[in-house]
Ligand binder design. Structure first.
Ligand code: NAD
Ligand code: UGA
Length: 458
């Protein structure tokens, strides 16, 4: 059977894998091929043990794989055979040269564009799925369209807004799908071709079309606004701790104002994840490069507040545990940057664990899905850190428990049993405000939550 469209995605990571699995699942009439340079990753996508954990992902991959969804390392063949190519390679923060520590490192993107050009035999639509600085499409067009074979490549921006842990739900029922292109007849045609894919399951009114620059900039802006809300409430959490106001009560009160809304107002040890920090720093760099220093400083402060919040958490542990944690066993409940993912990129737990290890604490990490990544993140620390899948065993003999990821499993543990197995006085630091603090205090714990007055027995 022939397929109606041949779609290729370059980059089989957290975005490329689930996004293409959803397209294949919803559109059996299209052939969807996902390619990557990482052989092990492709092997895992073709196995029963997928390379990423995401609720509901196994099911949709199993239903489509081998039917119209394929994972391969044969990038060249994939390019040749496809008419629409999504590019979902990583765009990390640059670690060298000009813009180091802030600008996006576009080397993987540019390499991919050159590969597309080298292996294409006809014109194609190239879709920016990765998050990119505004005006990247212009550079890509220049690279792709300088060819002597008469091929024309239309670059379309279609940023991804999925969040990890809810990726499948977000892909199946997105708030919106944004598609930006040049406003030329070819650009509009390419935009429509991409929209046609989503129209298989996304209502037309949720598909927004725009110019390509607005689309690129909207992605960075959306992440900046989301992170800004977290930094805003986290800044208020510090004030709550000084004034006996309760940050969850404040968030609830302001969130009921329909102009503010309740989402992304959960105060925490800080935001993590591979994108918020990198995308805001990129936005800062772009503002600076246009001479917009005030705007750059404004957005930079969102990251600064986040760093401050993580640092405050460690300082709070230290000062409340009699100014020393050296030699003390501290159990960290949760290492993933949020619940329902095994991803630990930029997780606040990395920062907190490092801070405690530098103070010579004996740190025990437990997490239902992220222990393998935690081991990689803490590899530089040869001593003082152990990993334990069972939270009860992790807490046994500990002076303190710090909850750093809001996994459901931590809400329902037998904390009386945990308390009885710990060194007294037992401390509990809730970096996610998910536990019943009064109940824990009554059991005997000294409880420190984010943005709340401490509950101490001394
Ligand atoms: P990732 O690191 O999980 O995946 C990127 C993949 O691209 C890797 O598997 C890598 O091997 C592959 N790759 C790199 N260069 C390649 C090449 N030349 N040819 C073939 N494959 C190549 O990254 P990710 O989290 O999926 O993010 C990808 C992009 O999507 C980033 O720009 C990110 O900002 C954006 N984004 C991520 C999320 C998220 O939740 N992770 C959400 C929205 C947008
Ligand atoms: C975020 C955005 O939500 C997605 O729309 C976007 O596509 C994605 O970044 C991206 O570009 O990579 P993600 O990082 O996967 O998604 O997860 P979020 O749910 O946004 O959480 C980010 C961090 O903020 C987590 O550490 C989370 O625990 C924290 N958070 C979130 C809070 O501390 N408080 C909140 O109220 C919400």
């Amino acid at each position: 059977m022939g397929f109606e469209k041949n779609i290729l995605c370059i980059g089989a990571g957290y975005v490329g894998g689930p996004t293409m699995a959803m397209i294949a699942y919803k559109c059996p009439q299209y052939k969807v091929l996902v390619v990557d340079i990482d052989k092990d990753k492709i092997k895992a996508w073709n196995s029963a043990s997928l390379p990423i954990f995401e609720p509901g992902l196994d099911e949709i991959v199993t239903k489509s794989r081998g039917r119209n969804l394929f994972f391969s390392t044969e990038i060249e063949k994939g390019i040749e055979e496809s008419e629409i190519i999504f590019v979902s390679v990583n765009t990390p923060t640059k670690t060298f040269g000009q813009g180091a520590g802030r600008a996006a490192d576009l080397q993987y993107w540019e390499k991919t564009a050159r590969e597309i050009l080298a292996h294409s035999k006809d014109s194609k639509v190239v879709v920016e799925k990765s998050t990119l600085p505004v005006r990247t499409a212009s550079a890509m067009e220049r690279i792709l369209n300088e060819n002597s074979a008469g091929m024309h490549f239309e670059v379309v921006s279609n940023p991804e807004f999925l969040a990890e842990g809810t990726a499948i739900r977000d892909l199946e029922n997105p708030d919106r799908v944004l598609i930006g292109s040049r406003e030329t007849p070819e650009g509009i045609k390419a935009r429509k071709a991409v929209a046609e894919i989503y129209l298989n399951w996304v209502p037309k009114k949720k598909i927004i079309e725009s110019n390509v620059w607005s689309s690129e900039l909207s992605k960075l802006t959306a992440n900046a606004f989301l992170a800004q809300r977290i930094s805003s409430i986290n800044s208020i959490s510090a004030l709550c701790e000084k004034t006996e106001a309760d940050v969850d009560e404040v968030a609830n009160a302001i969130g009921m104002d329909s102009r503010i809304g309740p989402k992304f107002l959960k105060s925490s040890v800080g935001f993590g994840g591979s994108c918020f920090k990198k995308d805001i720093l990129n936005l800062v760099y772009i503002c600076e490069s246009y001479g917009l220093d005030k705007a750059a400083r404004y957005w930079e402060s969102v990251v600064e507040i986040n760093d401050w919040q993580q640092n405050r958490f460690v300082q709070n542990m230290l000062s409340n545990m009699f100014n020393t944690v050296a030699g003390k066993r501290i159990a960290i409940f949760g290492f993933a940057f949020k619940a329902d993912t095994g991803d630990t990129r930029e997780s606040p737990a990395i920062y907190v664990a490092q801070g405690l290890l530098e103070e010579h604490a004996e740190v025990v990490i437990t997490d239902p899905k992220a222990l393998e990544n935690a081991k990689k993140d803490l590899k530089p620390f040869k001593q003082g850190v152990t990993f334990q899948a069972d939270p009860y065993k992790a807490a046994k003999g500990a002076h303190a428990v710090a909850v750093l990821t809001e996994w459901d499993v931590y809400r329902t543990l037998d904390y009386k049993r945990i308390f009885n197995s710990m060194v007294q006085p037992a401390f509990l630091f809730d970096g996610r405000n998910i536990l019943d603090h009064k109940k824990l205090f009554d059991m005997g714990f000294n409880v420190f939550a984010i943005g709340k007055a401490p509950l101490k027995h001394f």
